[in-house]
Design a protein around this ligand. Structure first.
Ligand code: HEM
Length: 197
């Protein structure tokens, strides 16, 4: 059942992009469209990143191996939105003014942390193929643990950029912290697993 429904990940992950395009066409992107697009692509990237992290614990505790192939697809979609988000910042917000971008990087910590998150996701996207998994052997798993560092950096990025109400980034942060905790060996051993039928 899950295996047959897996293709749904593609239309569902592309839906926010289609909605963004639709809102652009009907001129429904608020008075500040660049900010709106930046926020929507950033938020979608974060949500997809969290969903990527959900797959392993759900499979471990509920024995749903059919979910596992979704991890790579969700991760790649997260990277796609993060790259769009970054490209909008560089191309639309700063018109490729590298001097100004460098100044922003040196002055605004949240920009530096956002870039760090993207740079951490880049090797994960590149090495997500079966070929790289084979080539890297045991190191592949270690490398892909970087996703937790990247997700934590995105939470910091979000926390540092909001001006007053930090409830939303804190809620996402709690989700990432919970998923990280579930990975800890003592917690993993303590949590019950569904027994095979
Ligand atoms: C160099 C890399 C990055 C830059 C320059 C950047 C820049 C920005 C900027 C300027 C905003 C604020 C928009 C506004 O409210 O005016 C923002 C928001 C955000 N970014 Fe990034 N970002 C980067 C990387 C990332 C990455 C890798 C992710 C996720 C994977 C991400 C997720 C978010 C989220 C969740 C928000 C908040 C959206 C909201 O307010 O609803 N960012 N980013």
């Amino acid at each position: 059942m899950i295996a047959r429904a897996r293709w749904l990940v593609h239309p569902l992950a592309l839906l926010p992009l289609a909605l963004l395009f639709y809102d652009f066409l009907i001129d429904n992107l608020t008075a500040n469209p660049i900010q709106e697009i930046t926020q929507r692509t950033g938020k979608t990237a974060l949500i997809l990143l969290i969903l990527t992290l959900v797959v392993t614990p759900v499979n471990r505790h509920f024995r749903l191996p059919d979910l596992v192939p979704l991890r790579k697809r969700l991760g790649l979609y997260a990277f796609l939105y993060a790259t769009l988000h970054l490209s909008i910042f560089v191309g639309l917000d700063y018109f490729f003014d590298w001097e100004l971008i460098l100044l922003e990087l040196s002055e605004k910590l949240y920009v530096l942390v956002g870039l760090t998150a993207w740079l951490l996701l880049l090797p994960l996207a590149v090495t997500s193929t079966k070929g790289w998994q084979r080539r890297l052997g045991k190191r592949w798993k270690g490398l892909h643990r970087l996703i937790y560092v990247a997700a934590s950096a995105v939470i910091l990025h979000f926390l540092w950029l909001v001006k007053s109400d930090i409830r939303e980034p804190l809620a996402y942060g709690a989700g990432v912290a919970l998923l990280l905790t579930l990975r800890l060996p003592p917690v993993r051993r303590w949590l019950p697993r569904r027994t095979p039928e």
